[in-house]
Every structure is written in structure tokens, then in C-alpha cells.
Write a protein that binds this ligand. Sequence first.
Ligand code: SPV
Ligand code: MN
Length: 620
Amino acid sequence: MTDTGILRDKLGESYAKLDALDNEKLNDFVELFIKHCEPDTVFVCDNSKKDIDYIRQTALYLGEEQSLPMEGHTIHFDGYDDQARDKANTKYLLAPGKDLKGLNSVGKEEGLAEVMGFLKGSMKGKEMIVAFFTLGPAGGSFSQACAQITDSFYVAHSETILYRGGYEQFKNMADKDDFFRFIHSAGELEGAVSKNVDKRRVYMDLTDNIVYSTNTQYAGNTVGLKKLALRLAINKACTQNWLAEHMFVMGSHGPAGRVTYFAGAFPSACGKTSTSMMRGESIIGDDIAYLRNIEGRCHAVNVERGIFGIIRDVNSKDDPVIYEALINPGEVIFSNILKTDSGVFWLGKDGECPDSGVNHSGEWEKGKKDRRDNEITCSHKNARYTLAIPDLANKDPHWDDPEGVTLGGIIYGGRDSDTTVPVEESFDWTNGIITKGASIESETTAATLGEEGVRKFNPMSNLDFVAVPIGSYIQANLDFGEKLDERPKIFSVNYFLKDEDGEYLNGKEDKRIWMKWMELRVNGEAEAIKTPTGFIPHYEDLKRLFKENMDIDYKLEDYNRQFTIRTLELLAKTDRVEVIYMERIPDAPKIVYEQLDAQRKRIEAAREEYGDYILPDDLA
Ligand code: SPV
Ligand code: MN
């Protein structure tokens, strides 16, 4: 039974807001963490403008954010060693008898004792915030209720931008027990940042749909509705024949006003947001999508309503739409960039970087080094901006449709300097899921702590978030497609091919052309060349698309270099992926090996006939 005495006492004026939701499980959750974290006061956010303003103002008042000269803009700093998702300390709490086959886990009892130990008394002297959101548009088949408790006004503020308010949904819930719960405390602070990052933990309990996060502020570790909820959703989706994916959703604008919808999964910092924000197309979401079978067709929604995007290299040339949103008035939280008296700066912004200012390392000047003698750049490579999609000029008219949009295509991307072509269509759903999605290897980036540039296996770009054994997750993807009457086509893209001198083989905006080609393929309006690994574009089609869309004369020589079938590298990749499945994925479905083996045989046969490096024309 909930102790309404302690709730009334700590919530004060907020009590009526919680009471109106009439939800015993929610009251118990709030009470438990009031007793455990010992906040001075508790604020309940009912998603009214007044409450959202209070959260924003308090983030400023407490110094978790600072205001900037541009109207609506604020800046937040995470601690110097708290700049990315902490994969090592993000673990599933494993109930006795459960086996997650290699996923990072800790015994439930032991893990709970540890994280609850860190949370004990963690809100003394602070105010606790209780806030409600929904994942996916409210009211449709996709929507998932969530309750967040946090002592960070920056986290709560971010959530009011990134997610749809859920207070009303909590009032009208059909099943009052069906909500995800997130408890976060930044822990002890030093200035405005988490002091004890050595005690940073993100522990997830899949049985109770609750996530515990502490001693961190970086949004990927703290904003419950983002990557923490994705893990809970993947677990739920796998048992209910839907998919929770690390995907953008966007509209690609084809001939005669036609719009074809695509979802795309790319590892972090591999061009996912900039693809979804591409010039000339329209955005629905940039990071997380749910996919459902609705009357035999694949529907997708953006789980979020905002973007927490990487700011590095966002400039007027490469990302004009985002850039405009970042240099004009409107609500934006910048994190971990450089603040100066004359404005803000980040790596790759238009203009010259100032010599000094304040950044995630404190007072900064050019050449400053950290404790490990590494030069500190003006902004962190994983520095970000947070803004709302409804504020964007290029939002798709269907961005908030309760039943989502019907997908024509699914795209898998990755950072690959030497193996796969810039764009390729798979033979069919099964082939695409296995040889494109489940075979992604991507060179690591600054979005997670650790070394950069190492080729890492990352099935569906979702490895960091998969909450069920990988084999079952792949099987769930296969089954999902199997049950559709109309399947989206599956493509791979690679923006990161390099030549022998390490120069990129493609311009940053070439992806616009790959998108146009995929749009035509989905609608049966372009022919293709069959390779051992799928279908690639004809030169003439790309030449026309480059001219029409970008006024570029695309050279045959460039096409040949980009679309050469690199059989040696492809064979090596096929072998590497097979070994990974054999060694690390004990529950891999048999079809994985069958598909990889068939692919190897096709590559070998082509190699025998045409040589190690095959020009597209040889296969046409
Ligand atoms: C990513 O790293 O994939 C992101 C940002 O989208 S985070 O919130 O850190 O997950
Ligand atoms: Mn992401």
C-alpha cells in the first residue's frame, strides 16, 4: 500500500497532480524512491506549459544549463569523463535462471544491491522530478507510456523537447500497469556535473520494465526514453511480432510529387541524422522507430518527437537544414560545445574557431591538454544539440500520424572504408536482413567511450541495445517480414569508402542520389545490375540523377571506382561475419549460415570469371 502521508508531505502542491492519475503502481514507484533517494521536495510535471517552463527555468537556475544570447538557446555541459554512452557499465539485471547469451549482464540481486546502494540518499538537498511521456504518437497502436524520475532538470528538460507528453495518457490508460519506469540520479555533484563517474551505472530490469541510472548526466545514459527505453521495447517487441529499431524514418520525394517512406539503421555517428535531414526530403525521426504489421503492411513511427543529434561538422554546406535550425531563434539545448562571449562554436561549424572560451573541460584555450596529455578540441566529438521536430521546416506532414507511415524501404548503413559499394539492394527480405542488417560491421566512433576506428560487428546497428539473445532478435526480424503481405525492399548504403590514399571516394551529399535511386527502385522505375551481393545502379541512372538533383556531371571513372565489386574484401567480410556468428551467437538461426555460404559461393564464382575487382559493366 502506498503511504500517502509521505507523498503528500514531499509533493506538496504537486500531490494533486499525482493523485489525479489514480495509479497505485505509479504511487508505489514514486514512494519507493522518495524513501530511498531522500529528496528535499518532489515536483510532478503535468506537461502543461507552466510545468515545462518551470523545468527549463530550474535547469538554468541550478546551473545545469546556461542561457545563450540567441532566444531559446541554452548550453549544458556533461563532466569531462561523461561524454558518451558507457557500454561497459550498462547491464541487464539477470533474473535467476535467465540466460541472455553473452549480453552484458549482472545477477539481479547483486546488481540491484549495487545500484540501489549508489542511489541511496542521492537526492538529499535536491528536488526530485516525476514526469510522464509517451513513446510513439499518442492514441495509436504504437504508443507506450513511460514514467521518469530524475533529479536532473537538464534530463527532464531534454525529455520535454524529445518526447510527447504522457500525463493525459496516464489518466486514460487501459492497463494501468503497462508503463516503463526510469529512475535516474546524477549523484553527488561537483559544480553542476556528476562527481563519481567511477560509480556510473545503467542497470535494466527487463522483467519489471524498470531502468536504474546513476552518477552520470550524458543523455544516452540518463534520458530514460531514449536508449534505455529502446532496450525495454526490443524485449517487449520480440514477443509480440513488432520491431523496435535504431532507425530514422523519412520521406523521399520522387517524381511527380510521390513520397516514399524509408527507415534506416546506422551505427551512432555514421550519418543517420544527416540522412534523415537530407536536403529536399522530409523528416519523421532520426534515431528510434517502432515497426508494426498493420493489415499486412509495414508501418513505422518515430518513437521520439525531437532530435539529440551530433553537432560535429554540421555546417551550412553539409547539413543546411539542421544548420539553419541551430543558428536561429528557437528552443535548442547545445551540449559540450564551446561557449564564448560572441556565441557558440563547434568542430566543423562555419567560420574560424575562437582561441578561447568555456567548454566541457572548463576554461579552454587552443592547445589545452587533458590529464592524459591529449589535446582538448573546442567541442567534444560527441557534442550534441537537442531540438524538437515540430520546429523544423522540413518535417514530414505525417510525422505524428498515430498509425505511422507505410515503409517502402529499409536501409542499413555503416562506416566501411574498403568493402561494400555506396548503395545496393538485397535480393529479398531474408537476404537483406542477414547479409545487410545482421552483417553490419562498422568502424567505431566517438559516440561511445573507447577506441575509435576499430571494425565492430553491429547487427541492425542495434547491438548496443538488443535486450534478447542476438539469434532470437534476428529471428524476430525474419519472422516480422515473413508475416507481411507487402515487404519493404532492403538496401545497404556506405558513405565512407576511401581510396588508397585515405581520401573519401564520395562527396558528403552523394547520399542524396543513392536515396533517389532507392526511391525509384521501390517504385519499379529503375533497372539494376545483379552482383553477387545484390543489385546496384546503372551508371546512366546515377548520371541523370546527379545532373537533375545536384547539377553534377557524374563521371564514369568515379562510378567505376565507387561501384567496383571488391571480391577479396567481400569474401573476407563474409568469413569474418560467419566466424562472429559461430563464436559469439550460439542461438544464430541456421539460415544465417545458409545465406552467408550462398553469398560466398556467388562471390567466388564471380571472382573466378571476372577477377578480384569487377567493374559493374562486366556484370551488366
Ligand atoms: C547514439 O549514440 O546512437 C545516439 C545518442 O543516438 S545516445 O543518446 O547517446 O544514444
Ligand atoms: Mn542513436
